[in-house]
Design a protein around this ligand. Sequence first.
Ligand code: ADP
Length: 633
Amino acid sequence: MPEIPAGFTDPDLAQDPALLRSLLGISDLLVVVLDTEGRIRLFNRACEKVTGFSSAEIVGQSIWTTLIPDDEQPAVQEIATRLQTGEADNQFTNHWLTRDGDRRLIHWRNAALVDKDGKARHLVGTGIDITELDRTSKALAGHQVQLHALFNALPALVAEVDSDYRIRFANQGYRDWFGLDPEAQIGQPLAKVIGERAFATLQPRFAQAMAGEIAVYHGEVPYTLGGKRFIHGTYVPSRNDDGVVDGYYILSVDMTEQHRLREALEEETRRFRTIVDNAIVGVVTIDESGVVQDFNPAAEKIFGYRADELIGRNVAKLLPEALAGSHDDFIRDYIETGKKKIIGRGREVVGRHRDGRPLDLQLAVAEFIDGRRFFVGFIHDISQREQAEREAREHLAELAHLTRVNALNEVTSGLAHEISHPLMAISTLAEAGRMMLDKPEVDVDTILPVFTQIARQGQRAGEIIGQLRAFLRKDQSDQLEAHEPEQLIRNVLALLNHELVSARVKVRLDIDDTPICCVANRVQIEQVVFNLIKNAIDAMRSVDGDRTLKVSCSHSDEDGLCSFVIADSGPGIPEVDMERLFHPFYTTKEQGLGQGLSICRSIIDRHGGSIRAHNHRRGGAVFEFTVPAGPTD
Ligand code: ADP
C-alpha cells in the first residue's frame, strides 16, 4: 500500500501525475528542481514568467551560469551545499537574472529530495518574486526616514503613541524636552514620560484621538519636568494597514512664552484702557480723515455725547460751527506740509457741547502711527477747572472764617476785658466830670481834659470792636491790596493784647526802618499772623522763664517779597513733627483743631508766597512766611 502524502485523502489523486502538472502550471509560486550538479531539471510556468526563459531552453542548463548573478554565487552555493549535506530545508533570498539582464529578488524555501539511502538526489526550491514588495518597502522605509527627519526638524514636539499609550516614536524636540534617551524611548509608557498629572489632564484628548478623531488641547499642562507649561497640542489618530486606529500622533507646541507675552500685552492694554477710561482729561482719538476712533468717559462728560454717538463720525461735531468746516483742511495741511500748529504743544481752544454751548478747553495733541496715522487729543475743560478753583477758594474762605470764629472764642474773655477797660474808664471819667459840673464854679480848663479822655477811651473801645468785626468778617474775595505790614501786625496784637498780658509775654516788634508794603488780602494775612502769635502764646505758657515774642517784618528787593517772622521762647517743635506740622488735624493741644497752620499754608500759597518753620538754636519756634511786596511810594 503506497504511502499517502499528508493532506491527501484520496490515494488515487495522490498518485495522479496530472495533479502535479496542473499544480506546476497554475501556481504563482516559482518551482525549480536542480540535480546535485546544479543543472535545472524542472522550471515551472511561474519561473518562465518571471525570467522570460522558456522551460525548453533552460532545462538541462546549469543554474550557476544562467540565473544566479556572480556576486551572489558563493552565498547561494553555501545554501545548496547545506541541503546536499543533510539539511532538510532552508530559506533564502537571492536574485535571479532574467533573459533581459534584469534582476528579480526571490524569496526561496528549499528542500532536498533524498533517495532511500538518505542521500540528496535533487534540490527543490519554491519561491516568491518579492522584487516589487522590496521596492515598496524600501521606498516606504525611505519615506519613514524622511518623515522622521522632518519631524526632528520641526520646532514642535512630535511623538507617536500606540494603543497602550506607549511611545512608538519621539522626535528630537520631544526627546530633548522630556530628557529621553534616543534608544530607550521606544515602548516607554507615556504617563511615565510626561508625568501622571499631565497625563490625566490630556487623557480626554488622547481618548478622542484613539476613537478616531483629531483632538486639540490649548491650555496649561502640569508637567513633572519643567512644571506648568502652556501648550497647543494636536492629537491625530494613526491607523494600521487595515485602517484601524492603533495609536495616535502627538504634535505639541510649547507656547508658554507667547502666552506670557500675550497675557502681559493684554494686561498692558487693560491697564491702558483703565487709565484712559478713568483719566480726568478727555481723550479723543481720530484718524487722519478726522473720524473719531475713541472717546473716553471724561470726554463724554465734557462734550455731553456718548462714545457710541461719536465713534465713526467726524470730529467736527465737537467744534464750534465756524471752525467745524475747516478742521479737515487743517489735518490735510499738516499731513502735506508737516507743519505742526498744535501737535506737541497745548493751547486753549473753544469746543462745542452737545447742547450747543461753547466750551473753554485746553487741548494738547499727540500723533502716533499704528499701521496708519492717528491723532490723540488730550482735553481739559478749563471752565470746570475755574469752577473747581472758585469752589476751593470759597471752601478755604469758609474754613478760614470758622477757624477765626473758633480762635476768637478762645480769646473772648480777654477781648471783653479789653473793651471793658475803656468802658470802665469812660464811666469813671463821666462820673468825675459830672461831679465837676455839680460844683457852683465850673472850671473849664480842668473839665476839658476829662472829656478829651472820655472821647479817647470811647475811640479805643470802638477801635477794638471795629478790629474784631473786621477780623470776623466773612471775606470771600481774593482781593489783594497794598498794606503796611506793621499795621496788620498791630491790629492782631491789639486783638490778642489781653492774652499776651495775662500770659506775661513781652512783645518785641522789629520792623524795617524803610517803608514796607505788602500786596495781600488783609483779613487773610491778619488771620495768619493771629494764628502764629496765638500758637506762640500757647507754647510759651508751658515755660516758666522768659516769655518773649519777637515779630519782625522785612522786605527783600531781590525777590520782591515781604517776609514776616514770628519767633517765641517756648519749647520749640519736636523735630519728628516738623514734617506734619502744616498737615490738617495735626495738633498736640487738648482742645486743638489742628486747622490753624494748614489754613495759614493755604492762604500763603494763594498769595504766591511760602511758609516754613524751624527751631531757633537758642530754643523756641520760628515761623516765617512771605507774601509779594508792593511799591512803597
Ligand atoms: P492747633 O493750634 O489747633 O493745635 P495748629 O495747626 O495751629 O492747630 O497747630 C498745630 C500744632 O503745631 C500745635 O498743636 C502745636 O503742637 C504745634 N505748634 C504750632 N505752633 C507752635 C509753636 N510756636 N511752638 C510749638 N509748637 C507749635
